[in-house]
Design a protein around this ligand. Structure first.
Ligand SMILES: *Cc1c(COP(=O)(O)O)cnc(C)c1O
Length: 363
């Protein structure tokens, strides 16, 4: 007999992560596989974070500090907020889920862009909220239309800045205008997973809205520039009130002890962050130039990935690249996303992509 599962859950499909390297190696018998699919830091974890982990195995039989006292204090000091304004998540993904569970009742609306980070829609739907999806304009959030989509049922407003998968950002003056128009009781979620990569001086200071007491939350992660995706840790900064509500729903030991240790060290590793930014900026140029030489234009990006129109079936390009040992991300239609890697990885991608495009001509 069919289980009585809610139609909202039936409407979801499991998140498809970037293919793991060893799986592809096994499947295709490849010796070298390059993964440029999940916006991970190609330089690896912060060396300081790795050092902080040595010896940590001795405490694995103990539960982590559920209040994450020290890490929250370090984060609070860093951003000049109170410790009570900081929440940790098992990745910032988890905080997105906590926001949905804490603030949405069935039928409540959450405004988000299309395309944007796919987790928003999933978390909102899972609690029977209603995702209100507003198309991008010029690959960027259309803040005006998003504000117009507000109704009395709107509770959350997701702003992925810079946006994944497009790499675009909305500027400070546009966010200011948004915050002037959006009703104060709506929680604006600033998902800033790529914050540390941004180079544009027009990028907004979202933390300032939190400090003004607005109902806003800024999400950051240790998965991207800090290179700790495998440990699963991210954080949110918001008002004391919002953090208090989220804490009532948060699983008590959601941030594990290794993650807390590593994150604390990584946050203080300015050298690794600086090096990662430099390598990324050079790699971005290499990739943009290489794509242009192949007749492909990419969307200018503030992140560590590029979004581009392959002008042919993106799934076929994705699969042909897999056979060359390169994992990228097919977004939809003709659009692909590629993470900036180390120089040799970028070169290998460009070489393989060229081969794929040429191979097509011969068929
Ligand atoms: C990667 C990413 C996250 C967070 O990832 P976690 O590993 O769960 O911290 C959040 N938002 C966006 C837009 C991302 O790309």
């Amino acid at each position: 007999m069919a289980l009585p599962v809610h139609p909202d859950i039936l409407s979801l499909s499991p998140y498809v992560p970037g293919k793991p390297i060893d799986e592809l190696q096994r499947e295709l018998g490849l010796t070298r596989v390059i993964k440029l699919a999940s916006n991970e830091n190609p330089l690896g974890p912060s060396p300081k974070a790795l050092a902080a982990l040595s010896g940590a195995q001795d405490m694995l039989h103990r539960y982590p500090d559920g209040g994450a006292y020290r890490l929250r204090q370090v984060i609070a000091d860093r951003w000049k907020v109170a410790k009570e304004q900081v929440i940790l998540g098992n990745g910032s993904d988890e905080i997105l889920g906590l926001l949905a569970r804490t603030f949405l009742t069935p039928g409540d609306e959450a405004i988000m862009a299309d395309h944007t980070f796919v987790i928003y829609k999933m978390e909102v739907t899972a609690v029977h909220g209603k995702p209100v999806i507003v198309p991008l304009v010029n690959w960027t959030h259309d803040l005006e239309s998003m504000v117009r989509a507000v109704t009395p049922r709107t509770r959350l407003f997701f702003l992925c800045n810079p946006n994944n998968p497009t790499g675009t950002m909305v500027a400070a003056e546009d966010v200011d205008r948004l915050m002037a128009k959006v009703p104060e009781d709506i929680i604006v979620v600033f998902d800033e997973a790529y914050f540390e990569y941004v180079r544009n001086p027009q990028f907004p200071d979202a933390m300032a809205y939190v400090k003004q007491g607005r109902n806003a939350i800024v999400l950051r992660t240790f998965s991207k520039i800090y290179g700790l995706a495998g440990l699963r840790i991210g954080y949110g900064i918001s008002t004391v009130e919002i953090i208090d509500y989220l804490n009532r729903v948060r699983p008590p030991f959601n941030a594990n002890s290794l993650a807390q240790k590593a994150a604390m060290a990584a946050l203080g590793d300015d050298e690794h962050v600086a090096k990662s930014r430099t390598v990324n900026a050079a790699g971005m140029e290499q990739m943009e130039r290489g794509l242009r030489a192949l007749g492909v234009t990419s969307i200018p990006s503030e992140t560590n990935f590029l979004y581009f129109d392959a002008k042919r079936d993106g799934r076929l390009v994705f699969e042909a690249l897999l056979r060359e040992g390169i994992i990228v991300r097919h977004i939809d239609g003709t659009m692909l996303r590629v993470t900036i890697g180390q120089p040799d990885e970028n070169a290998a991608f460009l070489h393989a992509f060229k081969k794929v495009l040429e191979g097509e001509g011969k068929k």
